[in-house]
Design a protein around this ligand. Structure first.
Ligand code: AMP
Ligand code: ZN
Length: 134
């Protein structure tokens, strides 16, 4: 089975990209639990964090550090949940390591229910994040 997130990193499958560097790639989740819900993946395939390298784990967290402030600024959020579903038992659906950044606003319930924003709204959110990243 070809890997969905490898296909996104290579550009074979479109996404709303917000950031990339030499080792990581970040794009909007297609079913966001909150506005600005972003996935960060390593460019090199590993099914999960444990089957990749320690260096990959560090690179993913460095990208969280780099982009989370811009995501919050772009969507007007006050904080974020950072998540990883590691393994089938934990609800992992896509077996290419990924971190979820889920922006949160004061006073808004921290739900984990997927929403289905229009492609136009997702594109506008991604553009705002790229703009905030400078
Ligand atoms: P999980 O493996 O459970 O941590 O989550 C996989 C995430 O990938 C889900 O939140 C999906 O909404 C998201 N997702 C699935 N397909 C796509 C896609 N083509 N583009 C962006 N996000 C996706
Ligand atoms: Zn992959």
């Amino acid at each position: 089975m070809p890997c969905l997130f490898c296909a996104i990193v290579s550009g074979e499958i479109p996404c709303q990209k917000v950031y990339e560097d030499a080792s990581t790639f970040a794009f909007l989740d297609i079913g966001p639990v909150s506005e600005g819900h972003t996935l960060i993946v390593p460019k090199t395939h590993a099914d999960n964090l444990a089957s990749g390298s320690a260096e990959t784990a560090q690179q993913l967290m460095a990208t969280v550090y780099r982009i989370a402030p811009a995501i919050l600024k772009a969507v007007g959020a006050d904080g974020y949940n950072l998540g990883m579903n590691h393994g089938e038992a934990a609800g992992q659906d896509v077996f290419h390591t990924h971190l979820h950044i889920m922006p949160r606003k004061v006073g808004v319930p921290r739900v984990f229910t997927k929403t289905h924003p229009s492609p136009e709204l997702l594109a506008a959110t991604a553009a705002a994040i790229r703009e905030a990243l400078g």
